[in-house]
Ligand binder design. Structure first.
Ligand SMILES: NC(=O)c1ccc[n+]([C@@H]2O[C@H](COP(=O)([O-])OP(=O)(O)OC[C@H]3O[C@@H](n4cnc5c(N)ncnc54)[C@H](O)[C@@H]3O)[C@@H](O)[C@H]2O)c1
Length: 321
């Protein structure tokens, strides 16, 4: 397999590339380093030969030039498309951020796959496509899908253009709807935010929202394991899967307490108002993962265990910075 990963210098991309290199795949990737880092790329290189270039995938001409050259050197057999804006707040302030980095990166990737005759895409989608459906457990057939953030809207639009491309030039597609993913190298997310706040002011932790938000979490090691498992076992032409723990998730209150205990014992936790941390935040979600478990994959860690493991790792990452 010769796999091309977009957004490879980010949190999930780094872990995915390392796992693929370890099992002997040829791996290449592009990233514009807007959120990912050169340090992450160095970490991937420790696992084997890895072809990397800094490319902005929203710039279709630059993307075409770089991908054509890469494909000529070493033909790509499939694309794992992970590039997106993971900065939800930036997308709230300016909808153009998600149009460009979450949607146009998908659109351009499909266009170039058509030009180069690459038939398989694996797409990193999100629970954000479901919108706010209250207490309902989300299965792959849950609908209607009305996202409440620009990020979720552009992920759903990306799923749409992938399904349309299957009708014309793609041979296979996998759509993986991630939950909240935790681990290292952390580039964003609630744990990193809390750890950094506490390191800056160890006496107090300000939490966005009232702490009652409850969400499903998965450790990145398990996410990568699940993706590789589904890629090898699923037989559908369009395989779409919720990936996550089959539990009720954990609250922001729980995460805040766990981070305080490890990073700054005794710090006071101050909660904000309302059940949402920010505009577009989905306050509660949990997955039904029957489809994934029927295929034969289950996580070994619950949401709470994934959070505890990630807190230790992220605290260590920040100490070493
Ligand atoms: N981490 C999570 O909790 C989570 C949850 C749901 C979905 N996802 C999705 O999984 C994927 C990976 O997320 P992550 O957590 O690793 O985020 P991340 O921000 O660490 O990685 C995304 C990478 O894409 C790159 N990128 C963004 N715009 C680009 C552009 N125009 N050109 C080239 N590169 C660009 C960034 O520099 C970054 O390295 C994303 O698509 C994200 O939306 C992540």
């Amino acid at each position: 397999m010769s796999i091309f990963i977009t957004g490879v210098a980010g949190f999930v991309g780094t872990n995915l590339a390392a796992a693929m290199l370890k099992r002997g795949d040829k791996v290449s990737g592009f990233d514009n380093l807007s959120l990912g880092s050169a340090r992450n790329v160095e970490a991937i290189r420790r696992h084997g030969a890895f072809d990397f270039e800094v490319v902005d995938l929203a710039d279709v001409d630059a993307y075409r030039r770089a991908l054509r050259a890469l494909h000529a050197r070493s033909p790509v057999t499939e694309v794992w498309h992970l590039a997106a804006s993971s900065d939800i707040a930036a997308g709230v302030a300016d909808a153009g951020v998600d149009l460009r980095d979450t949607f146009m990166t998908t659109y351009n990737t499909l266009l170039l796959m058509k030009e180069l005759g690459i038939g398989t895409i694996v797409f990193a989608s999100s629970s954000a496509v479901y919108g706010d459906l209250g207490e309902r457990k989300l299965s792959e057939d849950t609908g209607p899908l009305f996202p409440i953030s620009n990020y979720g809207a552009m992920k759903l639009a990306s799923e749409g253009v992938i399904s349309a491309a299957l009708e014309s030039h793609l041979q296979r597609a996998f759509v993986f709807r991630f939950p909240n993913v935790a681990g290292v190298p952390a580039t964003h997310g609630v744990i990193l935010d809390f750890v950094r706040k506490l390191r800056a002011s160890p006496g107090n932790l300000d939490v966005l929202g009232d702490g009652s938000q409850r969400k499903s979490y998965l450790h990145v090691d398990e996410l990568v394991d699940a993706m590789l498992f589904v890629r090898s076992r699923a037989r559908e032409r369009l395989g779409y899967y919720n990936i996550g723990a089959d539990d009720e998730g954990v609250t922001v209150h729980f995460i805040a307490q766990q981070v305080v205990q490890l990073v700054a014992p005794g710090a006071r936790i101050t909660f904000g108002q309302g059940s949402k941390g920010w505009v577009g935040d989905v306050p509660k979600f949990a997955y039904a993962t029957d489809k994934l478990s029927k295929l034969g994959w289950r996580p070994t860690l619950s949401s709470a265990e994934a959070i505890r493991k990630a807190i230790g790792q992220i605290a260590e990452q920040e100490r070493a910075r």
